[in-house]
Ligand binder design. Structure first.
Ligand code: SF4
Length: 372
């Protein structure tokens, strides 16, 4: 069942085509500040745009060398016609690179696109501002779908997405159990599937996975694996890194992916105005870097590593990713203060398997020596 979930991500163009055959439209979106609930409530299918690790050739003509590989890879896919199934795109302002990127994207990719302004903090005024921005985004989405949306539809969407958060959290917890048949890599596969299939379908998948787990509970074999928390903003490369860690006998038990634990940590609490609830939630969930006092992010992420019982932390980021690199010194200080050891990797290193294995193996051994 997990391998089916793994395949879903790579079948996204086919699934989008099926959705469109039924008269639906697909909205591609960038990063975890785009409230998918709003897209769903507008009668549209949200699909996250993620880069693949293919060669970068065409986008090099448009983007500077010093931009992250994620954005280069996304533009490359669009220029290659691989996003032909997308009817509209939402790019949320998660970092300054995205602001410049939007200009290039909008000019050179023939897909109607929208830049969602997002504040850099999460206080009351920021929430008011984001609330207004979400109203504008809702208008854009309504124009694309041609469907009437309403607060009731948004409430229903939030309900489906909250259920998804709860199921994802339950599933993510399973990787911590001794002898668990659910690995850290399995969790990444299920996270990735959730980014490209309708959330109600993802909920069904999660319910089946949880039922399967109940029927085949873990059988502890008496050996204790080294446990890790992953701090990373790149799903594709993290998939490779987690596979290597787990092949070498470790287990990734916690993560900070925008759509992993960060996403499902808390449900959205819906008040009288669901759009305002959405604005408040997206700004206050464990935030992406650049959107919060960094010391507080470091505090929350370290807490996440502690509560998962991790023995060490693996930190992976894209080269030239300013927000994550800016966060790094705060994280390192906090992590060291808690007595954690950390291995830092650049996403590109996932492309050199022998070197990656050597580094991870050395890290695992050094932890093992400390523990013995
Ligand atoms: S946050 Fe980092 S990886 Fe994401 S778009 Fe900005 S620079 Fe690129």
């Amino acid at each position: 069942m997990i391998s089916q979930a793994r395949e879903l991500f790579y079948q996204r163009a086919r699934m989008a085509a099926e959705w469109k055959e039924k008269g639906g439209k697909v909205i591609g979106y960038f990063n975890s500040l785009t409230p998918e609930e709003l897209i769903w409530a507008s009668g549209l299918m949200p699909m996250q745009i993620l880069h693949s690790s293919g060669k970068i050739t065409k986008s090099g003509q448009y983007l500077p060398e010093f931009l992250c590989a994620h954005l280069k890879g996304c533009l490359e896919q669009a220029l290659n016609g691989e996003l032909a199934y997308v009817d509209g795109v939402v790019i949320a302002h998660a970092c300054e690179a995205l602001r410049g990127f939007f200009g290039v994207w909008n000019r050179n990719v023939g897909i109607r696109s929208y830049f969602l302004q997002a504040p850099a903090t999460s206080g009351k005024e920021a929430e008011n501002y984001y609330h207004e921005e979400l109203k504008l985004l809702w208008d854009f989405l309504g124009e694309l779908s041609g469907q009437e949306s309403s607060p009731e539809r948004l409430r229903e969407a939030i309900e489906i997405y909250n259920e998804n958060r709860s199921l994802m959290k339950q599933f993510s917890e399973l990787r911590k159990l001794p002898g668990s048949p659910v690995s850290g890599r399995d969790v990444i596969s299920v996270v990735k599937a959730g980014l490209v299939i309708p959330k109600d379908v993802h909920n069904d998948l999660l319910r089946k996975l949880l039922a399967w787990f109940r029927e085949s509970p873990p059988v502890p074999d008496g050996t204790d694996k080294l446990k890790f928390t992953l701090f990373s903003n790149t799903l594709e490369e993290s998939d490779v890194v987690v596979q290597v860690i787990e092949e070498l006998g470790g287990r990734v038990v916690s993560d900070n992916f925008g759509y992993g634990l960060r996403y499902c940590w808390e449900p959205i609490k819906v008040g009288s105005d669901p759009l305002r609830s959405l604005a408040g939630h997206y700004l206050k969930k464990i935030p992406c870097p650049g959107k919060y006092p960094l010391a507080q992010i470091a505090e929350e992420l370290t807490e996440m590593a502690k509560s998962s019982g991790s023995d060490g932390i693996i930190w992976i980021t894209e080269k030239f990713c300013d927000p994550y690199l800016f966060e790094y010194p705060f994280l390192v200080d906090r992590i060291k203060a808690e007595g954690f050891r950390m291995l830092s990797l650049e996403a590109e290193e996932a492309g050199n398997l022998p070197r990656l294995k050597m580094k991870i193996e050395a890290f695992l051994e050094s932890l093992q020596e400390n523990i013995v």
